[in-house]
Design a protein around this ligand. Structure first.
Ligand code: OGA
Ligand code: NI
Length: 349
């Protein structure tokens, strides 16, 4: 194992040494670079959730369904998560990444099965090129099973993060219900497929980068979740693949970005696609993003909803447990393999 020595985390390398060139292990080969000049700023749908509980609900459900099938990504406003909950969360995350390295290394692990861990890059066991990112990953549902593992520094970390987790879960459940309806399923159908349910969260910290055109914060990938709800600061960085082109999703204050993850792709039998996305880094500014991954619990059996399978539209995937998928996800290299390929139903092709 690599020794945890001076400047183990990227943020400390950047703050202690004046770096004006990327260390070579961060440099992508020419063919994999972000080509930032070719990125458009078309944006993705912005959906107002206010009417989800008025007689206009079906209109919002329809908009959500259209965004899921056309983009796999959308933004939401009037989402019901209090501004103060969000502000506390962002502030505590910023404080965490300003702590001395030794403090942040208390939770360090490169073992993806650890339910609370800090680290750098994406998965140092499989990354061939390093990513310009430090992170803290936590599991947060059921809260009482995990909260005792979380950092206690900053002092109010557990309080603020727990409050945010509850709100984010509430929003996730509302969205999952609406998405279920948009597929013509009962509102609680998808929720019932998730076993006991699970929720993870990442705190992504992307320090300023001397050569942002040579590397990534996170290379193109799809999420392991059912849906992901992303909170980000005001610095751009997220890009989404649409019709073969990368589109920058510039931050809109007081919104969340929602995207379809691999589990929803399977449950919807490919009606809704988990879309490639990536995070690029910034020359001047640090960037913070906090995705909530809403997921099945490990023993839940995931497969296409039977109502969405017919002779004309056979099941695209076999059934699998979320545990099986999760192990596969963490064993492959993020950018170069599609995790769902292993779970395709060979009898349907
Ligand atoms: C992720 C992710 C995007 C971002 O953590 O899975 O896609 O903007 N993050 O940080
Ligand atoms: Ni992602």
């Amino acid at each position: 194992m690599a020794s945890i020595s001076k400047n183990f985390m990227l943020s400390d390398l950047v703050s202690t040494d004046k770096i004006d060139q990327l260390p070579s292990h961060y440099i992508r080969p020419l063919s994999q670079r972000p080509n930032l000049k070719d990125v458009s700023h078309d944006s993705i749908p912005l959906i107002d959730l206010h009417d989800l509980y008025t007689p206009n609900r079906s209109h919002v459900v329809q908009q959500i369904g259209k965004a899921c099938s056309d983009y796999g990504f959308f933004q939401v406003k009037n989402h019901g998560v209090p501004e103060s909950t969000i502000a506390n969360m962002m502030n505590i995350a910023r404080e965490f990444f300003k702590l001395p390295e030794e403090e942040r290394l208390k939770t360090y692990s490169d073992d993806p099965t650890k339910t609370t861990r800090s680290g750098t890059s994406f998965n140092t066991r499989t990354d061939k090129v390093a990513n310009w990112r430090d992170f803290l990953r936590i599991h947060c549902y059921p809260l009482q099973d995990y909260i005792h593992e979380w950092p206690t520094n900053p002092a109010s970390f557990r309080d603020h993060v727990a409050e945010y987790c509850r709100s984010a879960r509430w929003l996730a459940l509302r969205l999952i219900e609406a998405i279920s309806e948009s597929l013509g399923l009962d509102g609680d159908y998808i929720s019932r497929q998730l076993g006991k349910h699970a929720q993870h969260m990442a705190f992504n910290y992307y320090p300023p980068c001397p050569q942002p055109d040579l590397t990534y914060g996170l290379p193109g990938h799809k999420d392991l979740s059912l849906i992901t709800i992303l909170l980000q600061d005001e610095v751009p960085g997220l890009q989404v693949l649409r019709n073969g082109n990368w589109v920058a999703v510039d931050p809109v204050p007081n919104t969340f970005i929602v995207n379809i993850g691999d589990q929803m792709q399977v449950l919807s039998n490919d009606k809704y696609k988990s879309v490639l996305h990536r995070a690029v880094v910034n020359f001047e500014k640090e960037r913070l993003s906090i995705p909530t991954f809403y997921c099945p619990s490990p023993e839940a059996v995931i497969g296409p909803a039977s109502e969405l399978v017919s002779d004309d539209e056979p099941a695209v995937y076999r059934k699998f447990t979320y545990r099986e998928y999760y192990e596969k996800f963490w064993s492959i290299e993020l950018a170069n393999e599609d995790c769902l390929d292993t779970f395709r139903d060979s009898s349907s092709t």
